[in-house]
Design a protein around this ligand. Structure first.
Ligand SMILES: Nc1ncnc2c1ncn2[C@@H]1O[C@H](COP(=O)(O)OP(=O)(O)OP(=O)(O)O)[C@@H](O)[C@H]1O
Length: 290
């Protein structure tokens, strides 16, 4: 279980990024972390990995506090960062030198990922493209079998076939003991993979908050996504945009009408109406206390 309790953090004095942030994440799921540029997704990952410390409040990952950076904690969490540096060594050497830090690292699993991504052990990391390097890191992260796997914008730089490969590999590497959190702007790439969805939005001009944390089922129970020819004033429409033949809307769903979640429109709705979204989801059991 991952728990942020009343966490405050800011890089600069007097300019908080988070204030009193609460968020609980349970094992067995692939969470999607969405938020506008600068919302603090990478910062949240760095706090979770113990690379930054909260100014106040507490963060717990299982029985550990990341800021203590205990070896038993560090060997059970892996972060695939958005920007990274890899040494000029062959893939095999990279695996040989880093795998020992992760007791559950599975070499056969890593070898299968390398093969699947069309790479070979003998290739030098410095001679790979950005997307190929990213594949090595993603494969390594999956093969660590850590209890917590954080991936910051993992599909950036991946070509189209690799994105579906990525979805398949991640889906195959999650189990009831593992918590995977993926931050992304590429919602179309990951629509079929991430559930629950966590969305950060600006609460007031001063800081960011978790405006939504809900499963896809909870979202479609409360919101209706669809196309209408006209904007009906009797319907509680939270978001609309022009589309071929009318409007694509996101509306409140008091009758629980079925519809298909559109993550991009959900994201826009949450940014436009964070307070209403918080109210609408206030009764879900998985609500992030805000
Ligand atoms: N090392 C740093 N020093 C000072 N401010 C920083 C630092 N890193 C990030 N910030 C600021 O903190 C805020 C959150 O940054 P962060 O990178 O966590 O956002 P993000 O949600 O990951 O953004 P993006 O979607 O653009 O990747 C931004 O306003 C950013 O300018």
């Amino acid at each position: 279980m991952i728990e942020f309790r009343e966490v405050s953090f800011g890089y600069k004095r007097g300019k908080p990024l988070y204030e009193g942030l609460n968020l609980t994440l349970s094992p067995g799921s692939i969470y999607g972390l969405l938020g506008p540029n600068g919302a603090g997704k990478s910062t949240l990952f760095r706090l979770l990995a113990g690379l930054l410390y909260p100014k106040s409040g507490s963060i717990r990952v299982g029985e550990y506090m990341p800021e203590n950076r205990q070896p038993a904690f560090l060997e059970d969490l892996f972060l695939v960062p958005e920007e990274f540096y890899l040494p000029a060594v062959r893939i095999k050497q990279f695996v040989d030198s880093n795998a020992p830090f992760y007791p559950r690292f599975d070499r056969a699993q890593m070898a299968a990922y390398i093969r699947e991504f069309g790479l070979t052990d003998n290739q030098k990391l410095s001679e790979l493209s950005y997307g190929q390097k990213k594949k090595v890191l993603i494969g390594f992260g999956l093969a660590t079998n850590t209890a917590v796997l954080l991936m910051d914008e993992p599909t950036n730089g991946l070509d189209i076939p690799s994105k579906s490969q990525f979805r398949r590999l991640v889906a195959g590497a999650v189990n009831e003991n593992r918590t995977v959190v993926i931050s992304t702007h590429q919602v179309r790439d990951l629509e079929a993979l991430i559930d629950p969805i966590v969305i950060l939005a600006e609460r007031s001009r001063s800081h960011m908050t978790v405006a939504l944390k809900a499963t896809v089922e909870e979202i479609t129970a409360r919101l209706w996504f669809g196309l209408v020819s006209e904007l009906d004033k009797n319907r509680a429409i939270l978001y609309s945009e022009r589309a071929v033949g009318g409007y694509a809307i996101v509306a409140e769903n008091p009758m629980g009408e079925p519809s298909r979640l559109d993550l991009e429109r959900l994201f826009n709705t949450v940014q436009a109406e964070p307070a209403r979204i918080q109210q609408l989801f206030a009764s879900t059991s998985t609500l992030a206390s805000i």
